[in-house]
Design a protein around this ligand. Structure first.
Ligand SMILES: [Zn+2]
Length: 220
């Protein structure tokens, strides 16, 4: 399988923000219109569950179905426009050295841990819990009802010929990144997936890094 890879021309040393998200942790920040967001898979094969909202109207948020329909492709990579539930472009993927990102697999939860793995997995950490904790701590305007479709950056969930989803080994590697241009002010919420029961993150959650290049840095 050959995936299209596009490198960035931006220098990480010029980034305005460089934050490491520890394995299994939550994270959120405002990304201003015209900025570029880079997410780096520091150790490889990590899954970065991500939600995006219109910063001024969180009821207008990332929609997997609208994004898939708009680009007529199930996987996300360079050129993908991330569409909102109200038909606006939130961000565009402008560089990608991984080549494929999932938006079908959803976020792991206590319920899915039980159904997919075992009853006793119910109390393990999950992305849905991380999203709720992050929102409760830092984004109180968002609650359970706001957790809709998400992106799983660096996660490989191929669709089989029969139409089933298959959680497969990651296609990422240490230092691979994806870069997104913010078409408007967006709120970013991440769960750096704590999942220990499937191969998407090699059964071993690891840290990732978030970089933000502000508009002035992007245009120079
Ligand atoms: Zn997860």
């Amino acid at each position: 399988m050959t995936l299209p890879l596009t490198e960035s021309r931006l220098d990480p040393a010029q980034a305005h923000v460089r934050d490491v998200i520890e394995a299994g942790a939550g994270y959120s920040r405002l990304i201003k219109r015209g900025s570029v967001l880079r997410i780096v898979d520091l150790e490889g094969n990590q899954a970065v569950d991500t939600l995006f909202y219109n910063a001024h109207d969180p009821s207008d948020r990332y929609s997997a179905t609208d994004t898939i329909v708009a680009q007529r492709n199930l996987y996300l990579t360079t050129g993908t426009r991330l569409m909102s539930s109200q038909g606006h472009v939130l961000l565009t993927i402008v560089a990608d050295t991984c080549g494929r990102h999932d938006t079908l697999g959803g976020a792991c939860a206590a319920e899915s841990n039980q159904v997919r793995y075992a009853i006793e997995k119910r109390f393990m950490h999950s992305c849905r819990d991380s999203f709720l904790l992050e929102c409760a701590r830092h984004r109180p305007q968002l609650g359970k009802r706001d957790l809709t479709s998400n992106i799983n950056f660096f996660m490989n969930v191929p669709v089989t010929e029969a139409g089933a989803l298959c959680f497969a080994d990651g296609v990422s590697a240490p230092g691979r990144y994806v870069e997104l241009y913010a078409e408007q002010d967006v709120l970013l919420v991440i769960s750096n997936c704590p999942q220990l029961n499937n191969p998407c993150n090699a059964y071993n959650p690891t840290p990732v890094e978030v970089l933000v290049f502000e508009p002035a840095q992007v245009t120079t």
